[in-house]
Design a protein around this ligand. Structure first.
Ligand SMILES: NC(=O)c1ccc[n+]([C@@H]2O[C@H](COP(=O)([O-])OP(=O)(O)OC[C@H]3O[C@@H](n4cnc5c(N)ncnc54)[C@H](O)[C@@H]3O)[C@@H](O)[C@H]2O)c1
Length: 338
């Protein structure tokens, strides 16, 4: 039976997407190196849930390991690839830049090159809203420029889009890049704001609020992201012979290549996000206001016209509901009685 290879399957988005694909009756090969960028126990707990399905197989492999990666393609009929494995995080790219080159460039190359060698039907991969970099024209549209990334994380993701385009063009490998906007929800990442804020508020520690709280984000609930990913996997981009290269639209091509924003479509102030946590926990956060962090973008906001029109995507979850769902999961998972 044909299979979908999901990389980063033990990660936050990879876990939720694999779970959804399994519910839809798909066979999933989940790949992850289970690295310790954040607590690997959380990754193992996610995996335990996925492994309850007979249609799920797990491979502990590093994307850098081309030989082991190749074996997966040799021994399975991989129909589609969803590449979610990455060194994620904006701030960490100033601390350990090489890890971004290793996974997001070398690893990405290994995977896309095998995908074209083994004639995968669709290569879908995670990009990020961070590619919009210095662009301040909001909301960000796929056709906005992404030529001004402000940290290596964004630069590697932008490179992924460029590599994907070259493969789509020259090898006719259909590729779809997904620019996710600040994803949050149950089983979320410990290095991200919601997790850190919750942890500190519950243990009476101060929370760090950068740019003196003057940030806004298009916070996107995990179920909405998964909806967008699944819809994208199902829609294989086609060649467009009528593409006009004398007036080329950014993020479009004559090649079977496309890029989508997946967001909530709303700009929410950071302080409002924090107040939702405080309200639900019925506890005021001790706040430590700080300067803008190097590498941070001040605001993000997605324009969703393209994904709505092409894929029928609808974002459904409010920040109020999404934060509540996260907090319920957090309290239960860490067995915190209140
Ligand atoms: N969460 C967000 O808000 C967000 C926003 C924009 C883009 N993204 C992108 O979405 C994707 C998924 O993000 P996430 O939030 O689930 O992150 P995550 O860190 O929870 O998941 C990534 C997974 O990839 C694995 N991995 C890392 N390097 C690997 C390697 N060399 N080989 C094999 N596995 C490796 C990790 O162990 C981890 O389980 C990433 O590409 C990320 O850059 C996430």
């Amino acid at each position: 039976m044909k299979k979908i290879l999901v990389t980063g399957a033990a990660g936050f988005i990879g876990f939720h997407t694999s779970l959804k694909l399994l519910k839809l009756g798909k066979k999933v090969i989940g790949l992850d190196n289970l690295n310790n960028y954040y607590d690997p126990n959380l990754k193992l707990s996610r995996l335990k849930i996925l492994q309850k399905s007979k249609n799920f197989t797990f491979k502990k492999i590093d994307l850098k390991d081309e030989k082991k990666l190749k074996k997966i393609f040799q021994t399975n009929k991989i129909e589609k690839v969803l590449n979610l494995a990455a060194q994620a995080g904006v701030r960490y790219s100033l601390i350990n830049p090489k890890s971004y080159i290793d996974t997001n460039l070398v690893g990405f190359f290994n995977l896309i090159d095998l995908s074209r060698k083994y004639k995968v039907k669709h290569f879908v991969y995670a990009s990020t809203s961070s590619v919009y970099g210095l662009t301040t024209k909001m909301p960000f549209k796929e056709s906005s420029t992404t030529d001004h990334p402000i940290q290596l994380y964004a630069a590697t993701k932008k490179s992924n889009e460029l590599i994907a385009h070259s493969y789509s063009y020259i090898y006719k490998l259909p590729t779809t890049g997904l620019r996710f906007f600040t994803v949050y929800g149950p089983w979320g990442r410990p290095d991200m704001a919601l997790f850190k804020f919750t942890k500190n508020i519950l243990s009476n520690k101060k929370i760090e609020i950068f740019n003196f709280g003057d940030h806004s984000r298009d916070f996107t609930y995990i179920d909405d992201i998964v909806q967008g990913i699944v819809k994208s996997i199902n829609k294989i981009p086609k060649r467009n012979k009528n593409f006009n290269f004398s007036h080329p639209k950014l993020a479009e091509s004559s090649a079977p290549f496309t890029v989508y924003n997946i967001g909530n479509g709303k700009k929410v102030k950071l302080m409002k996000y924090i107040s939702e946590i405080e309200k639900y926990l019925n506890k005021e956060a001790k706040k430590n206001y700080k300067q803008l962090q190097k590498g941070d973008i001040k605001d993000t906001h997605s324009n969703l016209q393209k994904i709505k029109k092409n894929l029928g995507y609808k974002s459904k979850t409010s920040v109020k509901k999404g934060v509540k769902n996260f907090l319920n999961w957090y309290l239960e998972y860490y067995k915190i009685k209140r």
